[in-house]
Design a protein around this ligand. Structure first.
Ligand code: BG6
Length: 443
C-alpha cells in the first residue's frame, strides 16, 4: 500500500457517479485499512448549500467520509475559482506537513471536462508532478474528436499524470482473464487459432437507458459499451501475456492486440454489423426519428498471426432478457460431439465454466454435454467493486488498469468506417421488443 498523503478532488461531487460509486468505494477502501493515513476528499460542486449527508445514500459506512471530506463551492468555468481551489489545496498540504498528491477526478459531462482540463492546466496545478488527472469515458465521440482530445490533454498533462478509466478493466473478473490465461497450462498452450474457432464477448443488460435520454441520444451502444468495455475485454483475451511480474506492460500489450483488429470486411460492412433499438425508445427520448442504437453486434478479425481466421463477435444491448457479461471461447472440433466451450463469466455469478462430453450411464453408448463449473461465490464472500480498484490503483500510481491514449485512439480507429456507414444508412435498424434475447434480435 502507498502511504502518500493524498487529496482526492472530486469535481462534480453531487453527481450520480460520485454518490453511487466513488464515495462508497472510498469508504470501503478505508474500511480495509488501505487508504493513506493522510487523506482528504475535497468535493467540488457548483451547487450552493449542498449538505454532505445528502450525498451518502449509497455509502454504508458514512463516518470515514464525513470526517475526511470538505465541500468546495465554485464556478467550474472561472479561472479565479481554480486559484482559490489551489490555495485551499495548499493549506491542506501544509496541515498534512508533507508533499501531497492531488488526484483530480472529473465526474462531469464530457462537454465541460475539456474546459476544466484547460483551467486546471492554466492555474498551474498540472505542473506539479504530484498532480494526477482521472477521466471518465467517453473519450471523444469518434476518431477525429478522440485525437483532438488526446492533443488537448497533452497540452497540460504528461501521459503519466493521466488515468483514463474503463471500469471494466478494474472488475475483479476482468483482471482474472490474465491470471487464468497464464496460470493454466492447458489453456495457455491452446490459446490460439490452432485450437480456437470463435471468441465472443457479450454484455447483455436488462436495464434500459434509465432516463439518461440526453446522454444516450448522443452515445448509443457502439460508443457507450463496444468502443470501451467490450473492446478492452477482447484486448485482454487476445493480447500476448506479459513477462512474469511485468504487469506494467499490460496497457501496451492490449494496445498491440487492438492495433491488429479490424471489422470483418466482406460483401458489405452492414452484414457484419447489426444494430437495434428497443420499442418505446423513441417515445422515451422524445425523438420520433431517432436512429440511436440500443443494441449492437459486430464481427471482427485479427491480423495477428496467432488469431488469423478466428471468428470474433462483440454484442451488447439494453432492455434485453438477461443481465449477463461473459467471454465465450469455442474450441475447434472434428465432430459435433467434440466441441468444448469455455465461459469466463464476468457478472453476475462470476466464475468460469468449461463444457465437456461424458458417457451417460446405461447399457447404450450415449453421451451428454456437462459443465465443469467454478463460481467465485462458492469460495469467497464478496468481490471488490471496480471503482474501489480504480481509486486504489490511482492512489498508488499503478497504470495497468487504465486505458492509454494510444488504446483509445485505436478503438475509435477500429469502429470508424462503421460509424460512418451507420450515420448514412437507415434501413438496417432492427426494432426489438424489450425483454428480447440476443438470438431473437439477430436471427
Ligand atoms: C457504463 C455505461 O459505462 O457501463 C452504461 O455508460 C452501462 O450504459 C454500464 O450500463 C455497465 O456497467 P456495469 O458495471 O453495470 O456492467
Amino acid at each position: 500500500m502507498s502511504n502518500k498523503p493524498t487529496i482526492l478532488i472530486i469535481i462534480g461531487i453531487s453527481g450520480d457517479l460520485s454518490k453511487r460509486k466513488l464515495l462508497p468505494a472510498i469508504s470501503q477502501i478505508a474500511k480495509t485499512g488501505m487508504i493513506p493515513e493522510k487523506f482528504k476528499i475535497v468535493g467540488v460542486t457548483r451547487q450552493p448549500d449542498i449538505k454532505l449527508d445528502t450525498l451518502l445514500n449509497y455509502t454504508k459506512d458514512k463516518d470515514y467520509i464525513i470526517n475526511n471530506t470538505e465541500l468546495f463551492e465554485m464556478d467550474l468555468l472561472s479561472q479565479d475559482d481554480y486559484k482559490n481551489l489551489s490555495n485551499r489545496l495548499n493549506e491542506i498540504e501544509k496541515e498534512f506537513g508533507s508533499e501531497t498528491q492531488y488526484l483530480f477526478y472529473l465526474s462531469v459531462p464530457p462537454k465541460v471536462s475539456k474546459s476544466i482540463i484547460e483551467l486546471i492546466g492554466k492555474s498551474g496545478l498540472s505542473e506539479r508532478i504530484n498532480t494526477k488527472l482521472l477521466l471518465e469515458k467517453p473519450f471523444g465521440i469518434d476518431l477525429i474528436s478522440a485525437k483532438e482530445l488526446v492533443n488537448h490533454i497533452d497540452n497540460y498533462f504528461k501521459p503519466e499524470q493521466v488515468y483514463r478509466i474503463d471500469h471494466y478493466l478494474a472488475k475483479e473478473t476482468a483482471q482474472n482473464i490474465i491470471i487464468f490465461r497464464e496460470g493454466n497450462s492447458l489453456f495457455k498452450k491452446t490459446w490460439n487459432k490452432d485450437f480456437i474457432e470463435k471468441i465472443e464477448v457479450i454484455v447483455s443488460e436488462e436495464i434500459d437507458i434509465e432516463g439518461r435520454a440526453n446522454f444516450y441520444e448522443q452515445t448509443g451502444a457502439l460508443r457507450d459499451l463496444i468502443q470501451s468495455h467490450l473492446l478492452q475485454l477482447l484486448a485482454l483475451t487476445l493480447m500476448d501475456l506479459p513477462k512474469e511480474d511485468h504487469i506494467n506492460e499490460v496497457p501496451n500489450l492490449r494496445y498491440e492486440a487492438l492495433r491488429q483488429l479490424n471489422l470483418s470486411s466482406g460483401e458489405s460492412l452492414l452484414s457484419y454489423a447489426k444494430r437495434g433499438q428497443y420499442k418505446g425508445y423513441r417515445e422515451e427520448v422524445n425523438n420520433p426519428l431517432s436512429m440511436t442504437e440500443t443494441f449492437a453486434s459486430i464481427d471482427l478479425v485479427s491480423s495477428d498471426e496467432k488469431w488469423q481466421g478466428v471468428k470474433i463477435k462483440l454484442t451488447t444491448g439494453k432492455a434485453l432478457k438477461d443481465k449477463t457479461t461473459y467471454i465465450k471461447i469455442l474450441y475447434k472440433k472434428d465432430h459435433e460431439h467434440e466441441s468444448n466451450e469455455l465461459l469466463l463469466r464476468l457478472q453476475p455469478d462470476e466464475g468460469i465454466s468449461f463444457s465437456v462430453w461424458a458417457k451417460r450411464p446405461g447399457y447404450e453408448h450415449q453421451i451428454s454435454r456437462h459443465a465443469l463449473n467454478f463460481s467465485f461465490k462458492d469460495h469467497y464472500t464478496s468481490l471488490p467493486e471496480a471503482y474501489e480498484q480504480v481509486l486504489f490503483n490511482a492512489i498508488i500510481g499503478d497504470h495497468s488498469l487504465f486505458s492509454t491514449s494510444k488504446e483509445v485512439v485505436e478503438t475509435w480507429r477500429i469502429l470508424d468506417s462503421l460509424q460512418k456507414a451507420w450515420a448514412t444508412s437507415t434501413y438496417d435498424l432492427i426494432i426489438y421488443p424489450k425483454g428480447s434475447t440476443i438470438e431473437e434480435i439477430i436471427s
